[in-house]
Design a protein around this ligand. Sequence first.
Ligand SMILES: Cc1ncc(COP(=O)(O)O)c(C=O)c1O
Length: 638
Amino acid sequence: MILLVSSAIKFTKSFATFPTHITRQSRAVPSYATRMMMSSNSNNKLPISSRTLQTLDPCVILMKQIISQHADKWKDDPQGIFSLAQGVVHWKPPPTAYEALSAAIQENITPQNDDSVKFGMDGANSGGDGSIIHTYCPDEGYPPLLEALKTKLQTENGLHNPHVMVTSGANQAFVNCVLTLLDEQDEQGNISKCVVFEPYYFNHVMAVQSVRGGQGCGGTAATLDAKNVEGLLVGPTNQGIPDLHWLRTQLEQNKYNEGGNAIRMVTLVNPGNPTGLSLPYSFLKDITELTKEYGVWLVMDNTYEHFDVDRMNTLPSDNDQQKKFDYPCFDEEHVINIFSFSKGYAMAGFRVGYVALSSKNGSNGRGTQTYQEMLKVQDTIAICTSRISQMAALGALQAGREWVYDQVKSLDVGREAILDAISSLGEVIGGNGAMYVMGKLPNGIDDKEFASSLIEHYGVAVIPGSFCGLPGWIRVCYSNLPPDQCKIAAARLKKGIDELTMSPKKQSLSDDKLINLAKDFIQFKNDACMGDSSLDSVFDLCSSSVDLYGLKGEEVRPGFISFFEKHEGLYHELIDEPSVVSSNIVQYPFTKQWRVDGEDKVWKSIDTSKPRDKVERLYFDNNGKLEKVTVVEKDAPL
Ligand SMILES: Cc1ncc(COP(=O)(O)O)c(C=O)c1O
């Protein structure tokens, strides 16, 4: 049986203290305070940069550590712990990716000719196709992939002849943007600012913090507070939709009289992580125009472009020319678009993403100039993305968008199950975009403790909203598991949510009190049956609206009396100690013996010779009055 909890507020393993706890065990992520001490210790000759120390801890790594901490408890469960935490997909890359990979390897094991040297660093320029996999690629990417991406960007995204740079995932693409666009001291001597919206994608904040540190960004690993401090502006959202009124106010306030703006870049993720919300085309157009008006970069992270299931980003019907694009992007000098092979094509481990800058206005265009500058960053960080990964990505592209859409369709079942599981939460956002939904926990429940309890007691992991700048919420990913498993995980999640979010007023009886009440109940029943006391002693235990074995309120007394009359000498005995299964709910297995028409009868709630595993379950109110008594399967939902 899954070990249930007696009270949501009683969990002693506080998630908030978790990083320290993990540190003691695995030393994987020392606390921020420890790290500050380590770095400022004058005896320590090898300090670490405060920028890195002040960068948020990677939440997915923390989640994995927490999951492995509780893994032992779940080791006998055939399913183990289900993760609905990390944003990965359950399918595999298209076969065409592996075919390309295998062809490349074959070609390299048995080369057609042996003059790999001639391909050198830049295969394209030296007459070959650059498919010698052990060599560097051109910084910007494997030439045949670049060509294919340009075609894709033109036909699927409406970007005309963009400058494309292949990166080690969309994350590196974003770091490239941050390093290329943000200044420590701008033309006015100010730190240049980056806008993200809340809830944010944690790696975006981490990227800005890594080059700025907490001073510039307000975020420290200790406080997780990245709000509105100098270099990082965290904008509000309404039901997941970024507040453009707020953005305009900020752009106005940060405008320099001489021209220019302290805000350098605005970051938008669409479809959203962690919101799981797909923004409409009209919104994307508005934010594009607003940032253009103020001369500010707009960095659009389109990692989830294939997951816009309701096609929110579709051009209006009067725009026939543009309507044909599957996921239209804006071909503007100030817009930088980021894409990934990690999600739709399921190639997260290959580490391939790309960034597209506009070629508008030729060599004078800001996109063209910025692209040239970004190559410095690219050359410094990665030189180039792994050539073999790029070859596999090229193979994947051949499977085409329809292949990806077919995979995305397989998420419908899981999405429905997860939406149902979290439907009891007050507010829910997402579900029509990237593979996430967010739910708001009742006030007063700590999202980190809640997430930890879900793992420990219900075997299911989600991400606490605090990690994305939205405390009091959780993020649930529905793409990690194939549909059938996702349904099981959703059932666990539902149970966890139902039990852990019970209203606090229901949580006031202690375990000892509940166990004694349960024993009293059985004792009173036996006394009444043996004629040692009247049945009133049993009814005294009950609330006026009690439901006893399906007999409600007024029906209880006559129904009970006639039952006892038929069952001469009825006697109950516990097989095991009562156990508290949730707030004010206690259960136990039992036997009963009685005589009917002179014949002895025995009934066991747990009987190994029969497929029977039942318990008597008692529900009490806060005054210790019985509200309900049932006999149910011992794992029956509460
Ligand atoms: C919004 C967003 N951008 C970027 C990434 C990282 O993508 P990649 O694996 O291509 O680096 C993720 C991954 O979860 C994401 O959610």
